[in-house]
Design a protein around this ligand. Structure first.
Ligand code: SAM
Length: 279
């Protein structure tokens, strides 16, 4: 079997299982299968389309196709996801970073001044914290309640050479009063009542701890917004990602906060709120 035939066969298997973008997925999975032996890219696949597939590559490729049609996200199979131009290692212990979250990063970069102390709550893979540490001159701290997520985030920071301090904590519980210029967070915000409507690959594979926040999806915001004022310095910034339809509820949790900006994602959905603590 040639590489071209393997791609065609993989594409067909994925198509029949209604996997989105079947051709690209087949290519990514074949590249990953070959990567056990050597690093290749899509250009290599095309240049070698008439080469014979080695047996070991075929075995790996078959296994990955099977995992994908069972619903496992491609990123958990290959073990990585790009975020803000960098490659992050991901495992089922962490949420796969989403492109929407880059809007949160941009809102933070715009407001950070050199030397600011910034806390990323619920860091997951470390995508936000690592990016802010590499793109700004802030002192970045990252926390998560999940020890498994913190392990992955630490590894990403080490590999990408980002200077981030990691803390195992429940929201702001271990942080000193008035010690931070900024808190950023993409917390869990899926409503448990919507669990049945989630895509199966999200619902069945991504960590519950990263997804759900009570029946209405607002439980983590409620606790976070009620406590975050304690750790922020006066005029400190809170930058939060939120779900479709949650903006009004979130704004009602931040009475008296000033200079609020609402940022929409590429689909036009309000997605990020930046708000400043008054004096
Ligand atoms: C939606 S994920 C975001 C991950 C990452 N920041 C990103 O944007 O890709 C939410 C993260 O919050 C963490 N988390 C959930 N409850 C928490 C809590 N009470 N305190 C700290 N972290 C929490 C989860 O473990 C998960 O890693």
């Amino acid at each position: 079997m040639t590489i071209r035939d393997a791609l065609l066969q993989g594409q067909k298997i994925l198509e029949d299982a209604n996997v989105p973008v079947p051709r690209l997925t087949a290519e990514v999975l074949l590249i990953h299968a070959i990567s056990h032996e050597k690093t290749v890219d899509r250009a290599w696949l095309f240049a070698h389309s008439t080469d014979e597939l080695k047996q070991l590559w075929w075995i790996h490729y078959g296994r990955y196709l099977h995992e994908r049609i069972q619903g496992k996200p491609t990123q958990y199979i290959t073990g990585h996801q790009e975020f803000y131009g960098r490659n992050f290692h991901v495992t089922p212990d962490v949420l796969i970073p989403r492109p929407e979250t880059e809007h949160l990063v941009e809102a933070a970069i715009k407001r950070i001044k050199p030397g600011d102390r910034v806390l990323d709550i619920g860091t997951g893979s470390g995508a936000i914290a690592v990016t802010l540490a590499l793109e700004t001159k802030a002192k970045v701290v990252a926390s998560d309640i999940s020890a498994g997520a913190l392990r992955i985030a630490r590894e990403n920071a080490r590999r990408l050479e980002a200077n981030v301090e990691f803390v195992h904590a429940d929201l702001v519980s271990t942080f000193a009063d008035k010690s931070l210029e900024m808190v950023v967070s993409n917390p869990p915000y899926v409503a448990l009542r919507d669990k049945g409507n989630l895509q199966p690959e999200v619902r069945d594979f991504e960590p519950d701890l990263a997804l759900y926040a009570g029946f209405h999806g607002l439980d983590v915001y409620k606790v976070l917004t009620s406590r975050v004022g304690r750790v922020l310095k006066p005029r400190g910034w809170l930058i939060l990602e939120f779900g479709d339809g949650q903006l009004d509820a979130l704004l009602s949790m931040l009475p008296g906060w000033v200079n609020s900006e609402i940022i929409r994602d590429l689909a036009g959905i309000p997605r990020v709120l930046a708000s400043q603590l008054p004096f």
